[in-house]
Ligand binder design. Structure first.
Ligand SMILES: NC(=O)c1ccc[n+]([C@@H]2O[C@H](COP(=O)([O-])OP(=O)(O)OC[C@H]3O[C@@H](n4cnc5c(N)ncnc54)[C@H](OP(=O)(O)O)[C@@H]3O)[C@@H](O)[C@H]2O)c1
Length: 208
């Protein structure tokens, strides 16, 4: 599979790219700075650009079988990164005829009609208090993704760690106050692509 990755230099992006290459996929990475990516591999294609302005997005997506977005706002970045970058990416995909899209957001993003557990509600309240803009951006991104004709999957994760991968569970699960390693989230995103799983769904991923 040829997979275009946005956010490839990030803490979830790097394990995703490594895992995808190890599994034999061709990977196109869209990065703001080529020097930042410390992975070298014959099956890696580098595209320099900016997902917020849209620079390089069409080039990265062209010819891909699937696209994964592991973008994150970061300190000092725009509050609407996911919304604006997501719009550039999904528009480029539609124009290039690429259907499969997996995007990562926080578990605070609710699905319509979903009734979270008590711990989920507490976490949601904390998020609104501490990261209102991040949550609002992710919610708007998801709203727009769901309105596309793409074969999308929205992966929702709780607090992310940089621990070694230790296995995950995913789907319609109750996350409580758990955290999950970025490496496991990366593995789950790749599984979604490889298995064609959770199309038009918003699975949550947590520790095994
Ligand atoms: N933190 C948590 O506990 C948590 C929990 C659940 C979900 N999430 C979500 O998971 C996602 C990934 O998180 P993470 O911690 O792995 O992210 P991260 O380490 O902060 O990486 C963010 C990535 O986005 C890239 N990026 C930012 N702005 C860009 C732009 N304008 N154009 C191109 N690339 C850009 C960064 O590139 P540079 O290297 O150039 O900066 C980097 O590769 C985020 O959406 C986050 O909200 C986070």
């Amino acid at each position: 599979m040829r997979i275009a990755v946005f956010g490839a230099t990030g803490r979830t992006g790097v394990p995703f790219v490594r895992r995808a290459l190890d599994a034999g996929h061709e990977v196109v990475v869209h990065v703001r700075s080529l020097e930042k990516l410390e992975i070298a591999d014959g099956r890696l294609t580098l595209v320099e650009g900016d997902a917020y302005t849209g620079e390089g997005v069409a080039e990265a997506v062209e010819g891909a079988d699937a696209v994964v977005s592991l973008l994150g706002q970061g300190d000092g970045g725009p509050d609407d990164l996911l919304t604006v970058a997501g719009e550039h990416v999904t528009t480029a995909m539609a124009e290039a005829g690429v259907d499969r899209y997996v995007t990562l957001v926080g578990a605070g993003v609710r699905e319509e009609g979903e009734s979270p557990s008590l711990s989920g509600r507490v976490m949601g309240g904390l998020l609104k208090l501490l990261a209102r803009e991040v949550l609002a951006d992710a919610e708007e991104h998801v709203r727009r993704v769901r309105a596309t004709a793409l074969d999308w999957t929205v992966v929702r994760a709780p607090r992310l760690t940089e621990d070694d991968p230790s296995g995950y569970r995913a789907g319609d699960i109750d996350l409580g106050f758990e955290s999950v390693s970025r490496a496991d989230v990366a593995a789950f995103c790749l599984e979604c692509l490889e298995e064609g799983a959770y199309v038009h769904e918003m699975p949550k991923v947590g520790p095994a």
